[in-house]
Design a protein around this ligand. Structure first.
Ligand code: GLC
Length: 622
């Protein structure tokens, strides 16, 4: 495990370096307390509770006057919560300006924080650069690259006016059957910590900078440590999900294990000045994270000194006591939740919390603490600076989706593609080779390349998803004029080609919909390889998937095999590796199992159980 020890070393170096550097970026949030105190003293109870209330844009705009009536302090666009006019850049910017204008009509004119899931670029907006998902970035081991990606993501988010992203996900997925594996950088806490901090620094930089956005470390804590089960789900089964599920499940472990595996990303993010943290839907030893005073107040706020605010996950508070909403709100707010993501039930939350305060079941001191934390962030971000417009800066539209931003994404792709096998010198391919036959469902499919959280919450197969370069287009652009590139989705017609390149793997999914008991390749993918083999030519396989899959049969039949995971819009980065313009350097961020019955399989299982097909940290170069 040589590479692992090196990783730990650079992680430690990274932390020391990060801690010393982060203090230079933004002042401590508590340094704004004098201004916060002055504003808080002017606020009514309604205005305070309004700061703690976060509806989704659709429902609150559908009720004219509600932004003022409930003194709304924050709005989100969750998955598929898009402008009525569609997902264009102008439509998103107009939506943000409309929401902010509504907020500025309130008595104290406290601007809203608008939050979205810009988790691999501003991935709701057509034309945005979509970067590789975190699982691929984990394979780069490159915090400087992750920081740059986060910086550009912040700039493209700000182009729409929006100032908050629910990222980075610093989950440490321990079981790849979880549908959110790809949102994690790695199974290795040290790697998650190193890259999570880089993401926070890139997104937030100096929070006062109008090109910065508020980051949100999520999902606190142990979301990646839940156990797979086929027990009845407490919530409705997402459409298309398997009987086996992990998402929003139970992380059953002692506190020492929770701290060792799942907490490091938060400690580092807090040291880097992260302004918000999102508690997880999941439970820790049976207790909802959103209800746990131990987790939210004692550990995060008292022990670790977190000075920002906690935002609940999407309707997560209702899950605490499904039968008693008022008790759920009382438990969560008293446990330390500061802002409630209540997409449609924002009025109910507002009125319920007001009752709880009036009845003395939630002390005013807790309300004041929550609002103080929220206002600290707003002061730190310059939202309260009356000399500064809080509407979108549309000059940023000219760099949105720019070639320079795409070049960075292309660099991230080539540095994240892991070469797992390369025999008979199948790769790199000569650019003047006679003929390349490309095949597979993901060879010409931007949607599959990007995966979930892309334009649609669940993502969507097809070219229409958003602009970018497919693998097939990238191959065509890379080869010489004398080279012919042919394509068939099933691999037929490959006879006579110099090499066959198959692009296979998973279709997009997000969250629990991606939970699965079976990670074997689909019949159609296996058939593609068979058809290429029948043509008697070298076969190179590229896997586009949100996690390692069970590949043994296909691996044996291929001459070369690379894992590109979910590379995003810039397929050219894959061509850079295919044709040798870049010799692969990426190393696996997750262990690769031989079979399903090995799972969960990761570097944290007992050594006698660890016998992967490819170990954590594996990766070839030319
Ligand atoms: C989702 C996810 C969370 C996301 C939030 C807002 O359910 O759990 O990661 O940030 O809701 O979309």
């Amino acid at each position: 495990m040589r590479s692992y020890s090196i990783l730990v070393a650079c992680a430690l170096l990274g932390i020391f370096q990060t801690v010393s550097l982060s203090s230079s970026d933004s002042k401590r949030l508590s340094s704004y307390d004098a201004q916060v105190k002055e504003l808080l003293a002017q606020m009514t109870l309604d205005e305070k509770i309004g700061q703690m209330t976060q509806p989704e844009q659709g429902p609150v705009l559908a009720n004219p006057g509600d932004m003022q009536k409930y003194f709304i302090g924050s709005v989100l666009s969750g998955g598929d919560s898009d402008p009525a006019e569609g997902n264009g850049l102008e439509a998103w910017t107009d939506l943000y300006d409309r929401v902010q204008s509504e907020a500025l009509k309130t008595r104290l004119k406290i601007p809203v924080l608008y939050g979205v899931d810009a988790v691999h670029g501003h991935s709701n907006v057509l034309g945005a650069v979509i970067f590789p998902h975190n699982i691929a970035l984990g394979c780069t081991r490159d915090p400087a690259l992750v920081e740059k990606i986060s910086r550009i993501t912040a700039e493209e988010v700000r182009a729409t006016g929006i100032q908050w992203t629910f990222a980075p996900c610093v989950a440490v997925p321990q079981d790849i059957r979880w549908g959110r594996t790809y949102e994690g950088f790695s199974e290795d806490p040290a790697l998650v910590e190193m890259l999570g901090v880089a993401a926070v620094r890139g997104l937030q930089g100096d929070l006062k900078n109008p090109l910065s956005v508020l980051a949100c470390a999520k999902h606190y804590v142990g979301d990646g440590g839940t156990a797979a089960t086929t027990a009845p789900r407490p919530e409705a089964v997402p459409k298309g999900a398997s009987r086996l599920w992990l998402d929003q499940g139970d992380a059953s472990m002692d506190e020492a294990t929770l701290r060792r595996i799942h907490l490091p990303g938060y400690v580092a993010a807090i040291n880097a000045g992260v302004g918000s943290i999102m508690p997880s839907f999941s439970t820790w030893n049976g207790v909802r994270c959103s209800a746990s005073r131990r987790l939210l107040t004692e550990i995060l706020k008292e022990e670790l000194g977190f000075e920002g605010f906690l935002i609940s996950d999407y309707n997560a508070i209702t899950q605490i006591r499904p039968d008693d909403y008022k008790a759920s709100v009382e438990i969560s707010i008293n446990a330390g939740m500061d802002m409630a993501m209540e997409p449609t039930s924002y009025a109910k939350f507002f009125n319920t919390l007001k009752e709880l305060v009036t009845e003395g079941r939630v002390p005013m001191s807790r309300i004041d603490d929550a609002v103080t934390r929220i206002l600290r962030v707003k002061f730190a971000m310059g939202l309260m600076d009356k000399s500064r417009s809080q509407l979108a800066d549309r000059k940023l539209h000219k760099s949105f989706g720019s070639p320079a931003h795409r070049e960075l994404a292309r660099e991230a792709v080539r540095k994240s593609v892991v070469l797992l096998k390369n025999e008979r010198n199948a790769l790199p391919v000569a650019k003047d080779i006679a003929r390349i036959h490309v095949a597979g469902k993901s060879a010409d499919d931007i949607g599959n390349q990007c995966g979930g959280w892309t334009i649609r919450w669940q993502g969507q197969s097809g070219k229409v998803t958003t602009g970018g370069t497919t693998v097939l287009e990238a191959i065509k652009a890379a080869v010489s004029r004398n080279t012919s590139v042919t394509y068939s989705i099933d691999g037929s017609g490959a006879e006579g080609a110099s090499i066959g390149i198959a692009v296979i793997g998973e279709r997009p999914y997000a969250e629990g919909v991606g939970d699965t008991s079976d990670l074997s390749l689909s019949k159609e993918d296996v058939a593609v390889i068979r058809n290429l083999k029948k043509a008697g030519i070298p076969v190179a396989v590229i896997l586009i998937a949100g996690r390692p899959m069970i590949i043994d049969s296909v691996l044996r039949q291929s001459d070369s095999f690379m894992a590109a995971f979910l590379p995003g819009t810039e397929g050219s980065g894959i061509a850079d590796v295919l044709f040798g313009d870049y010799s692969p350097t990426a190393k696996l961020s997750f262990s690769w199992p031989k079979s399903m019955d090995q799972l969960p399989l990761n570097i944290n299982v007992p050594k006698d159980r660890y016998s992967p097909l490819f170990p954590y940290g594996y990766g070839l170069s030319y």
